[in-house]
Design a protein around this ligand. Structure first.
Ligand code: MG
Length: 160
């Protein structure tokens, strides 16, 4: 039987007026966007950390340091592709992933299908193996006050 491993990822970015909001590889029309060295795609960052964690290969900050100008403004889907390739080089295939966005606004439900397709494409797996969910925090905490966005992710990988 294939050896199955699990990983978990979590990320937060602050929101600020006038920045682009990109979540799950999709640009979303909104007054605020994530403050970040990269494109600030908190969902993709949490997912990268879940995948790296499953393989015990460190975290996104180790592989793509935010002090490196090469990653300034980078499309986080490029990072997700690199993480997928890194896992492949270590003999791991991605099984399925499940993610949760935590934000008060905007409503992202209509975009979830597009996000799943973008993430699945970057990881080279089927859309059925990629789950994206979203929740508010009932206006509680930093997400509820629209000061930031959080994302959680879990991933299963299999040793080939
Ligand atoms: Mg991040």
């Amino acid at each position: 039987m294939a050896k199955i491993r699990i990983g978990h990822g979590y990320d937060v970015h602050a929101l600020a007026e006038g920045l682009t909001l990109r979540l799950g590889g999709v640009d979303i029309a909104h007054a605020k966007g994530c403050v970040a060295h990269s494109d600030g795609d908190v969902l993709v960052h949490a997912l990268c950390d879940a995948l790296l964690g499953a393989a015990a290969l460190g975290d996104i900050g180790k592989h793509f340091p935010d002090t490196d100008p090469a990653y300034k403004g980078i499309d986080s889907l490029v990072l997700l592709r690199e993480v997928t390739a890194l896992l492949d080089r270590h003999g791991y295939a991605i099984g399925n992933v499940d993610t949760t966005l935590v934000l008060q606004r905007p409503k992202v439900k209509p975009l979830i299908g597009t996000m799943r397709e973008a993430l699945a494409g970057a990881m080279g797996i089927g859309v059925d193996d990629v789950s994206v969910k979203a929740t508010t925090t009932e206006r509680l905490g930093f997400a509820g006050r629209e000061e930031g966005v959080a994302a959680h992710a879990v991933a299963l990988i299999e040793a080939q």
